[in-house]
Design a protein around this ligand. Structure first.
Ligand code: PEP
Ligand code: MN
Length: 304
């Protein structure tokens, strides 16, 4: 049980009899103790449809920021599948900073999205922005994404804890690791142990990039908890030219996968076009990534 525990925890347990009980109790009562320690979280138990998440594998989650039309989604899904993605992404409900920006195709699109997903025979994850969407989305998705802006939406997290679909929990853009792990704990406490953490960058004083991609958090999480860690270099940098190098760095930091945004024509994208990879960019990313994945002793899971 303690193989993945930080050394300090092990020492505390050893010294238990030496009157460190009080300090131990404080640590055990801290919110995220289960995320850090619990043996029940085993990546092998996490499945997106028929796709089982395993420790020595590497997963590329790819697709458009927003699903815009049947043509755009089908074309993108087919391309990323052919070039090595293992899970499709695509926003149906969008959390946009500006209220007049495109808000997503919404529930009316679920029927054709389901048809395309079936054609591709690939799992699909999409962001749920409100607990009231879950009943409608549940038949169509293989996993739920909780966006950065919703990491603190504890009612949403509690609800997702009662379903048995994987939850990809993005880090709040100003969230401490402790807060992020406690957010994960909200889902786990509901009985849903299929939680993946997604590092998507945080706000710092740096303004050249959309966010600062905190890859040290990935190395930290891999050493201190059993949850799979995914890196999103698209939102993490906000710059398509930085996506491939940061994706490779994510592998080196120990990530179990990446999530990237891809669009057939980024200049025409209804959201996040500036950071979207075009098809050529995605193909290049996949060939750049492969030696890094191999060097990490992992196998890229793909349908090709
Ligand atoms: C997204 O994945 O499209 C998204 C909105 O990401 P984030 O919540 O990290 O901003
Ligand atoms: Mn986006």
């Amino acid at each position: 049980m303690f193989s993945k525990c930080p050394v300090s925890f092990k020492i505390l347990f050893k010294n238990k009899k030496k009157k460190t009980n009080k300090l131990l109790q404080i640590i055990l009562n801290s919110g995220y103790k289960d995320v850090l320690m619990q043996s029940v979280v085993n990546p092998q138990n996490i499945s997106f449809g028929n796709l089982h998440i395993e420790p020595k594998k590497f997963y590329v989650i790819a697709g458009p920021c927003s699903i815009e039309s049947p043509e755009q989604f089908r074309e993108t899904a087919a391309f990323v599948k052919e070039h090595g993605a293992s899970i499709l992404r695509g926003g149906i409900y969008k959390m946009r900073t500006k209220p007049n920006s495109f808000q997503g195709v919404g529930a009316e699109a679920l029927q054709w999205i389901a048809e395309i997903k079936k054609e591709m025979a690939m799992p699909l994850i999409s962001e749920v922005t409100d607990p009231r969407q879950i009943p409608a989305l549940n038949d169509y998705l293989d996993g739920y994404q909780v966006g950065s802006r919703n990491m603190y939406n504890y009612e949403l997290l509690k609800d997702l804890g009662t379903y048995n679909k994987p939850v990809l929990l993005k880090r709040g853009f100003s969230a401490l690791l402790d807060e992020w792990l406690n957010a994960a704990q909200y889902v786990l406490n509901g009985g849903n142990t299929s939680v993946l953490l997604c590092e998507r960058g945080i706000r710092t004083f740096e303004t050249k990039m959309r966010n600062t991609l905190d890859l040290a958090s990935v190395a930290y999480l891999k050493q201190h908890c059993n949850l799979p860690v995914i890196v999103d270099p698209s939102h993490g940098t906000g710059d398509r030219n930085l996506v491939a190098p940061m994706a490779c760095a994510a592998v080196a930091a120990g990530a179990d996968g990446i999530m990237v945004e891809v669009h057939p024509d980024p200049a025409e994208a209804l959201s996040d076009g500036f950071q979207a990879l075009n098809f050529e960019n995605f193909k290049n990313l996949m060939s750049q990534l492969k030696p890094f994945v191999e060097a990490a002793g992992k196998t890229l899971v793909s349908y090709v």
